[in-house]
Design a protein around this ligand. Structure first.
Ligand code: ADP
Ligand code: MG
Length: 272
């Protein structure tokens, strides 16, 4: 069920996350609106995964606030600030946040369909038949209807990641967070996963995508967010961000990416 409100699906305010004395996130404020596709780019170690992990409460945050559809995630407001919520409440808030990981994290001993329906059966307590029906629908959506009874090892990396996406979709979340979904794939398998994600975007699913695929970001994102050293440095529509970067750090990041990409593109020619 989609929300009828215009409030952000995810609202992040002054978020910080420390690991010991190291500040991985230093005051992030970010809204993700309904049906928006937001791509997050930035150098390795800039806090992109940590941000997604906090927004799905796989990681507890140090300070600030995250609201999912108007409900505070992980904590409640007490007389003296935020107090940790019950696990039950946390689960009910983050139930609407789906996650797709870089390393698909499929169970090798379970069929594709069982992998996709596991969350439905465990956390949503769906009856087996209903879970299977939702699972098959999700697999059809990623073009893998015929692969339900196979095992992950019988699938290509691209297909395994599409199973990872189906697993998230089957839960009918209101937003899906993707953490470098194509970074572990051989280059020739990246396209099929990006195409699957494009299709979800067209259907209006709210998506946050951490990615190094600038072509995908340019084509699909409504907004691109550039992070560096635990902060949001710059954000805006892809055309603006890629063609007219304001901050020196983003300019440098894009220059490095372009240089690297030119090297890749010249490789086949050099081999001919
Ligand atoms: P990105 O996804 O942008 O590459 P991460 O969010 O994974 O960056 O990491 C941000 C910073 O936080 C890095 O310096 C990383 O080493 C550090 N970090 C991430 N997770 C942990 C952890 N569990 N313990 C200590 N440091 C961590
Ligand atoms: Mg990361």
């Amino acid at each position: 069920m989609a929300t009828e409100t215009t409030e952000p699906v995810i609202k992040i305010r002054n978020l910080t996350k420390d690991f010991g004395t190291f500040a991985a996130l230093s005051g992030i404020s970010l809204d993700i609106n309904l049906s928006e596709v937001v791509c997050i780019i930035g150098p390795s170690g800039s806090g992109k995964s940590t941000l997604l992990r906090c927004a799905s409460f796989l990681e507890e945050y140090t300070s600030g606030e995250i609201e999912i559809e108007g409900r505070l995630l992980g904590y409640k407001r007490g007389a003296e600030g935020l107090v940790r919520e019950s696990d039950q409440n946390i689960d009910s808030v983050r139930r609407n946040v789906g996650m797709v990981f870089q390393h698909f994290n499929l169970w090798p001993h379970m069929t594709v369909l069982d992998n996709v329906t596991l969350g439905l059966r465990l956390s949503k307590r769906a009856p087996a038949a209903k879970a299977k029906e939702s699972g098959r629908r999700a697999l059809a959506k990623v073009g893998l209807a015929d692969f339900a009874e196979r095992y992950p090892s019988q699938l290509s990396g691209g297909q395994q990641q599409r199973v990872g996406i189906a697993r998230a979709v089957a839960m009918e979340p209101h937003v899906i967070l993707f953490d470098e979904p194509t970074s572990a794939l051989d280059p020739q398998l990246v396209g099929e996963v990006l195409d699957t994600m494009k299709q979800l975007a067209v259907e209006g699913i709210t998506m946050v995508v951490v990615t190094h695929e600038m072509g995908f970001a340019a084509q699909v994102a409504d907004r691109v967010v550039f992070m560096d050293r635990g902060k949001v440095i710059e954000q805006g529509p892809p055309a603006k961000l890629f063609n007219d970067p304001q901050s020196p750090r983003l300019r440098e990041f894009l220059d490095t990416w372009r240089r690297r990409n030119m090297l890749f593109q010249s490789e086949p020619a050099a081999g001919q």
